[in-house]
Design a binder for this molecule. Structure first.
Ligand code: F0G
Length: 444
């Protein structure tokens, strides 16, 4: 393709191919070789990194919709939108970083911080990517958008599609997504298709449908979504005064976020915003850990899918992640690691994050469980500067939380039921409706 005036292209991620395509093409993989695509830029920033940092920060105090978005105030780092008045935003991003002393102690670290992406408009990090993905859908003139989802992608896509006045079709594994997430998709007006299968089945089907219809696919295979998700890292490092931490820890499912984080770090270093790349640690649930298996295997040329993934952290119940090759690239540029954790470890870690006054959904708590393991094995040093990403809000999956605190949480796997202990359960106390009795029950 002839390079035109635009600075943004689609580029094949396969090292031997690297073909460029126009961003006006509605493609998700390389038409030449089938590999995933990146949005690639010939960056031409209007200022030095220090000048850009000032501009990014000042926009937070502005009062335009675009500047108030924690994605679009970094727009020079994702310059694929020709007409900024077409951006679809809900004021996503700008999420806080919390110090969490209880979690740090639990993990065996001197200190630990969490960036809480669950405080986004629809309660998950997907909003950072959906604002950019739906904006591109509008630019392409798509009549509707579609995704397979374990719940959060669909909730977010449904909201942004509603804002854009577009039809949304979400494909979810039946009976396997948390109610909070399902209720969001219904409320935002998406057409919800419950597939009699798991997430991987839904993903395969929606990819086929997107090839044969006019629907624009908004799973993380879509490179424009990952552009928005890059800003989770950009904002995190901004919050650290543009000094990188030693480790960034996140849960891994379909591995889009890992891919986006890797691309953000690489570009920030290339552009001179940071002088080194922190290490990434990706945490998977034991029953859905194909990327961990790949990491532990010498031959990394093919991922062995997990046929029947099983975890109560339903957000990451994925056996055949589409972005594994990009995620491997992210590991290699960040000297990253992959860890896996048990259901019990996730459940207990979630209660500890709650005890820090923050809370999150189960998949997010895999981070703390993983950090605890990595600290115990000496991979993460006690004094390390660690920031983990909480990907989803506590209220997404209240069934799980109540199950844990009432000691009634269990996981079915291959016909066997395994009980999860409410190690840190905080059971509700029952009392007759009478003051003295309440005093006696509470011993106050
Ligand atoms: N945490 C939460 C809360 C998620 O919803 C997801 C993915 C992940 C972590 C994993 O991120 O896929 O980029 O590795 N949820 C997708 C969905 C699959 O459909 O909502 P990933």
């Amino acid at each position: 393709m002839e390079a035109d005036q635009t600075k943004a292209f689609l580029r094949c991620t396969e090292a031997d191919c690297q073909q460029l395509f126009s961003i006006d093409q509605r493609i998700y993989t390389c038409p030449q070789c089938g590999a995933l695509l990146d949005v690639h830029y010939d960056f031409n920033l209007p200022g030095t990194p220090v000048e850009m940092q000032t501009i990014f920060r000042e926009r937070r105090a502005a009062d335009t919709e675009l500047d108030l978005s924690g994605v679009w105030r970094f727009r020079e780092l994702l310059p694929f939108v020709n007409d900024l008045s077409t951006v679809i935003t809900l004021g996503e991003g700008n999420t806080p970083i919390y110090q969490t002393p209880r979690s740090a102690e639990y993990a065996g670290l001197d200190r630990l911080r969490f960036k809480h992406q669950g405080l986004n408009p629809t309660g998950s990090f997907k909003d950072n990517g959906m604002t950019s993905g739906v904006t591109q859908a509008v630019a392409l003139g798509a009549s509707g958008v579609a995704c397979a989802s374990t719940g959060n992608t669909s909730a977010s896509m449904a909201a942004y599609a509603a804002r854009a006045g577009m039809r949304a079709f979400v494909f979810i594994p039946s009976d396997q997504i948390a109610f909070g997430k399902l209720s969001q998709s219904l409320e935002y007006g998406a057409t919800v298709v419950e597939i009699e299968g798991n997430f991987d089945d839904a993903m395969r089907l929606v990819r086929e449908l997107a090839e044969e219809t006019d629907l624009y696919l908004l799973n993380s295979i879509n490179p424009f979504r990952l552009e928005g998700q890059k800003t989770i890292i950009i904002e995190m490092i901004e919050q650290c005064g543009w000094q990188v931490p030693d480790w960034i820890v996140l849960p891994g499912g379909n591995l889009g976020n890992t891919s986006a984080f890797g691309k953000a770090l690489y570009e920030l270093q290339e552009l001179g915003f940071i002088d080194r790349i922190p290490r990434l640690a990706v945490i998977q649930a034991e029953g859905a850990s194909p990327f961990y298996d790949l990491y532990m295997t010498l031959d990394k040329s093919a991922l062995r899918a997990v046929a029947r993934p099983a975890t109560l952290a339903t957000a990451i119940r994925i056996g055949n992640p589409v972005s594994w090759k990009k995620a491997l690239r992210a590991l290699s540029c960040s000297d990253g690691v992959v860890e896996r954790v048990t259901e019990q470890e996730i459940a207990d870690a979630k209660a500890i994050i709650g005890a820090d006054g923050i809370g999150c959904e189960p998949a997010s708590a895999a981070t703390l469980a993983g950090i605890k393991r990595l600290a115990a094995s000496g991979i993460i040093e006690e004094s390390a500067n660690v920031i983990a990403v909480l990907t989803g809000n506590l209220l997404k999956d209240s069934t799980y939380t109540i199950g844990y605190h009432t000691d009634s949480l269990s996981i079915q796997s291959d016909g066997v039921s395994n009980q999860i202990n409410g190690t840190f359960a905080n059971k509700p106390v029952r009392s007759p409706a009478e003051k003295d009795q309440i005093k006696r029950v509470l011993a106050i």
